[in-house]
Design a protein around this ligand. Sequence first.
Ligand SMILES: [Zn+2]
Length: 93
Amino acid sequence: MFPDKCSITEQGKPCVNPPEFVVSITVETEEYMVGVTCGKHKQIVSGKIKILQKENKVPSGKVGFSPLKAVGTDCIHGDEEDFIQLDTKNFKN
Ligand SMILES: [Zn+2]
């Protein structure tokens, strides 16, 4: 479940734009979702996370942005099953 608004608050006012990207931090093999952002605030979020990482408030790792539209649709679910089948074949070979 994701918030329906960008996570950024600018000059005391929360951003009202719909989120476009999921912000995550990857530490080795674990991916931590830390928030969502609109396209306009991507750079600001990236900078904020670096500050939070210095203060040890979030895990230190690689910051990534994934387009929100590609997450959690029925379409993706069908594709996932296909991928699993392909993987199984690859393992048997
Ligand atoms: Zn925003």
